[in-house]
Design a protein around this ligand. Structure first.
Ligand code: FES
Ligand code: FES
Length: 185
């Protein structure tokens, strides 16, 4: 049974070293620019707006899902500068100058990311609500120094919950891609 905690490899943006708030703010708005899936985006929002809400409500990138909105489920996982984060725990304005990747940025219908193809092949989802977050964590995990076993993958993915209980098939999908990944050595 997965434990409900954020794995060490998943951070809130506040954990990023040397990060200072660069966005211009006045009493009611913060103006900031970041790159999302390769496109520069400038937004002026309430400085309390989360990265999750900025992506979904203002950039209409609704592939990233809101589950708990409290850092407990991982449905909102995106990459900030290549690291997986829970976007519900990040202020969008704190991402000024950052590079964001969402589920819309990792593959196309006609050119799936290998993990997307593996989730289909291994039946790694049921309702699909958690799937975008699972995939974003899994993509990041491919470049993280975790062990080779299924238990290592379960631990690394323990911040992503699946109410449908597709865990074993998710692990199978991830392991199938890891097995085919060229060694970096
Ligand atoms: S919606 Fe962000 S962790 Fe659940
Ligand atoms: S597939 Fe339904 S919550 Fe995971």
């Amino acid at each position: 049974m997965p434990q409900r905690h954020i794995p060490q490899s998943k951070t809130t943006h506040a954990d990023t070293p040397n990060k200072t708030l660069q966005a211009k703010t006045d009493d009611s708005t913060a103006t900031f620019t970041f790159t999302v899936n390769g496109s520069s985006q400038t937004l002026s929002l309430d400085p309390r707006t989360t990265l999750l809400d900025a992506l979904r409500e203002h950039l209409h990138l609704t592939g990233t899902k809101k589950g708990c909105d409290h850092g407990q489920c991982g449905a909102c996982t995106v990459h900030v500068n290549g690291r997986r984060v829970n976007s519900c725990l990040c202020f969008a304005a704190a991402c000024d100058g950052d590079t964001i990747t969402t589920i819309e940025g990792i593959g196309e219908v006609e050119a799936l990311h290998p993990l997307q193809a593996a989730f289909v092949e291994c039946d790694g989802y049921q309702c699909g609500y958690c799937t975008a977050g699972q995939l974003m964590s899994a993509v990041a995990l491919l470049d993280e120094p975790i062990g080779a076993s299924d238990d290592d993958v379960r631990e690394a993915m323990s911040g992503n919950l699946c109410r449908c209980g597709a865990y074993q098939n998710i692990v199978s999908a991830i392991q199938s891609v890891r097995a085919n990944k060229p060694s970096s050595k």
